[in-house]
Design a protein around this ligand. Structure first.
Ligand code: BJW
Length: 225
């Protein structure tokens, strides 16, 4: 069975109504990254960070998977491909679209993490500063999100799958944030063919063997079928 590793970013969920980060109307236009997506920002103003992620959690819960999420699930289920989706997204639209083999390298909106003891548990709809951790009881609940300066999840598993893949595909990511932005080079060094599917050329477009540009709901199903 052909092994395919698929990296996804905010662009695959854009047509489900979830905002991307770096567009002119993106999330980083309204928020300073340092304030809401770093451990230092959380320590300085946990209330602001919780409000930012509470709103994003509600938006993700109200969104539905689109044709691109569903096409990747079909690819996984067709019996001819071993598919691993490595998503930078913190929404759960891949799972709700039918994908089972998904790694959330930047965490999830549906998870809570104790800043003190590292315990992880399902997030309530709303989190607030000083919510106690159910394991250690310390008032240190934070979203289970990988912020700048923190180590993304399951990196060894991702790199092992990448090196063993027959194809690496990158969908809907601007290629600005590492280590994900380096996967195309990692795959290339291992001799794995690479394909970009994105609305426009990404920062790393020239490193891909092939690139197709357009909205994910059109180009992802067209590639899968
Ligand atoms: C469509 C579309 C449609 C639109 N159809 N497409 C200097 C050099 C190199 C690295 C560093 C450096 N200084 C610091 C670093 C490290 C840092 C980093 O990369 N910084 C850069 C900004 C330079 N990285 C980290 O700190 C990471 N940790 C780390 O490196 O640990 C050490 C380590 C060492 C060795 C090995 C491994 C690790 C952690 C990064 C955490 C990122 N966190 C965020 C926020 C938290 C999650 C959340 O709140 O949601 O994750 S940042 C934000 O960016 C979010 C995203 O997952 C991530 C990527 O964004 P994405 O998905 O690419 O979105 P956009 O908006 O940028 O792009 C969307 C794309 O879709 C665009 O191209 C559109 O065209 C396209 N699109 N509509 C198809 N309909």
């Amino acid at each position: 069975m052909a092994k395919i590793v698929i990296l996804t970013g905010a662009g695959i969920s854009a047509e489900s109504g979830i905002r991307t980060f770096r567009a002119s109307d993106g999330l980083w236009e309204e928020h300073r990254i340092e304030d809401v997506a770093t451990p230092e920002g959380f320590m300085a103003d946990p209330g602001l960070v919780h409000r930012f992620y509470n709103a994003r959690r509600a938006a993700a819960a109200a969104a539905a998977p689109n044709a691109a999420h569903r096409a990747l699930a079909e690819l996984e289920q067709d019996g001819r491909h071993e598919v691993l989706v490595v998503t930078q997204n913190v929404d759960d639209l891949h799972e709700r679209g039918g994908s089972a083999n998904v790694i959330h390298m930047h965490g999830t909106l549906t998870g809570a993490l104790c800043h003190s003891c590292g315990h992880r548990w399902p997030a309530p709809a709303e989190m607030a500063p000083r919510d106690p951790c159910p394991a250690c009881q310390k008032p240190a609940t934070r979203p289970d999100i990988v912020w700048f300066g923190e180590m993304p999840y399951q990196m060894e598993e991702i790199w092992t799958a990448l090196r063993a893949a027959d194809l690496f595909v990158s969908i809907g990511t601007s290629g600005n944030v590492y280590p994900a932005a380096g996967f195309v080079a990692d795959a290339g060094h291992a001799g794995v063919p690479t394909l970009e599917l994105n609305l426009e050329p990404s920062a790393g477009s020239r490193y891909f063997d092939e690139a197709r540009h357009g909205p994910a709901t059109a180009i992802v199903p067209a590639w899968v079928r």
